[in-house]
Design a protein around this ligand. Structure first.
Ligand code: SF4
Ligand code: SF4
Length: 449
């Protein structure tokens, strides 16, 4: 049934695919936390159907939708193939960007609006994030960040600030990868690399390691200048107009670079970039066919593990020599890699090519760690509980290294492990850093240190 929010009736059709069987409920982290129907995928689909039908939206309904992590664990759990990802993304847009003619959505409180405005005025902008990094570094040196986030008054009055200080990594001055890295071996591909916003400010070493790994596997690496945020944080929070603006800037930067593949080392970014065609469908801004440009760009996007696996399958296997890394490691599967992009086999296979590396699995059925973009800042209590559960499951493996493929997960898990244990917590590193250490013959202590 078509309506103002869904002129073509596609969303209604997607919601109607739900047969209310409940198979998705055990997979849903927020249902696991609270056991409430309206905090399950099935309950949220019911709320979204009501919105599509033009019903008045309550504050409680908005809150249930806001409490969804967007982790997409419900997608593979659903035997009817319900496209919950499409439904929740649309619903978030209706609450974040009110649609003309639709039933009014209760406005967020001034405080919540201010928190969201502050997050989206800084996180997607690497230059602004770097400006913040200076004072943060000083605060960390003086131990002020620890005192602030440990203060009961701060946790009560500004839980989002306490959460942000809790996940901020120790900052050091580190460089950025060069715009061009030549291939080490007879060249097999020319690839572009996304530097990301959070990744390039908080984890420049991950980008440098990614470029070295690609070069060692025979790729010339181009890092186009002029790229900023890919739009993932905005897209996953319902800020579709903002996401479209970032997407266009990213598409143009990689078009100018003339690369055939865009390698992405952040699961959330890769997932959003693969959705560019849907985000910019029908967009003819300033006479440009953005829909077509978006579809071309999206088709080039590959997660790092996905690309290395395709490269090995297509042109003579792996060429970089693997040196031993004798360590017990556990692979944390980012939701936006495993559930949203379906990339599960490739990172594990890549890690198993490293001699001496013993790979364990987190025995929690792949529940979200609570990071989920900026969820851990907007919903700190729920994110903290999920982080604590993830930390306990990781500790139970006995691994001394946690391997992630998403900067948000790395920040969240590092913080959760530190909060759970005052002793030596396992180190959290990116899969690119592990491969890089093996290729260069570095000692395990460089990763676990
Ligand atoms: S996306 Fe995650 S949190 Fe949201 S309904 Fe699905 S499983 Fe639950
Ligand atoms: S598993 Fe699928 S069909 Fe069943 S309740 Fe969940 S969303 Fe609906």
């Amino acid at each position: 049934m078509a309506g103002i929010l869904d002129p073509a009736g596609e969303l209604h059709a997607a919601a109607d695919d739900c047969v209310h069987c409940g198979f998705c409920l055990p997979a849903c982290p927020t249902y696991q936390l609270w056991g409430e129907e309206m905090d399950s995928p099935r309950g949220r689909i019911h709320l979204i159907t009501q919105m599509l039908d033009g019903a008045q939206v309550s504050e409680a309904a908005v809150s249930h939708l806001d409490r969804c992590l967007g982790c997409m664990a419900c997608l593979p759990a659903c035997p009817s193939g319900v496209r919950y990802d499409r439904l929740i993304e649309a619903a978030r847009t209706w609450t974040e960007e009110p649609q003309p003619g639709a039933a009014p959505v209760p406005a967020r409180s001034p405080r919540e609006r201010a928190v969201r405005a502050a997050i989206f005025a800084t996180f997607p902008y690497p230059r602004r994030l770097r400006l913040l990094a200076g004072p943060l570094r000083l605060a960390q040196r003086a131990g002020l960040d620890r005192r602030l986030r440990g203060s009961a008054a701060v946790r009560k009055a500004a839980p989002e600030l306490a959460a942000a200080l809790g996940v901020a990594p120790p900052l050091t001055r580190r460089g950025t990868p060069p715009e061009h890295v030549p291939a080490h071996w007879p060249r097999r591909a020319v690839v572009g690399m996304l530097t990301g916003c959070v990744q390039q400010v908080f984890f420049p070493d991950v980008n440098a390691a990614t470029a070295r790994v690609l070069a060692a596997e025979g790729c010339e690496v181009v890092t186009p200048p002029g790229q900023g945020c890919c739009g993932a944080l905005s897209l996953h929070t319902g800020r579709a107009r903002e996401a479209a603006r970032f997407a266009k800037q990213t598409i143009a930067a990689f078009e100018d670079a003339g690369v055939e593949v865009i390698v992405v080392n952040s699961a959330g970014c890769g997932s959003a970039m693969k959705e560019y065609a849907e985000l910019l469908a029908g967009d003819q801004d300033r006479g440009q066919d953005w829909a077509q440009r978006a579809a071309r760009a999206a088709a080039k996007v590959r997660d790092l593990s996905e690309f290395l696996s395709e490269l090995a399958d297509g042109s003579g296997g792996q060429v970089a020599v693997r040196h031993p890394l004798p360590v017990k490691a556990v692979y944390h599967e980012a939701c936006h890699l495993g559930y949203a992009q379906g990339i599960r086999r490739q990172p594990r296979e890549l890690l198993r090519t490293i001699p001496g590396l013993e790979l364990a699995e987190v025995g929690d059925g792949g529940t979200c760690c609570g990071s989920a973009g900026v969820y851990n800042l907007l919903q700190p209590a729920a994110a903290g509980e999920l982080g604590a559960r993830k930390a306990a499951a990781i500790r139970a493996t006995g691994a001394s290294l946690v391997i992630s493929a998403n900067p948000g997960c790395s920040l969240q898990i590092t913080s959760a492990l530190a909060a759970a244990d005052s002793g030596s917590a396992p180190a959290v590193v990116h899969i690119a850093e592990v491969l890089d250490a093996s290729f260069r013959g570095l000692p395990v202590a460089d990763l676990t240190g």
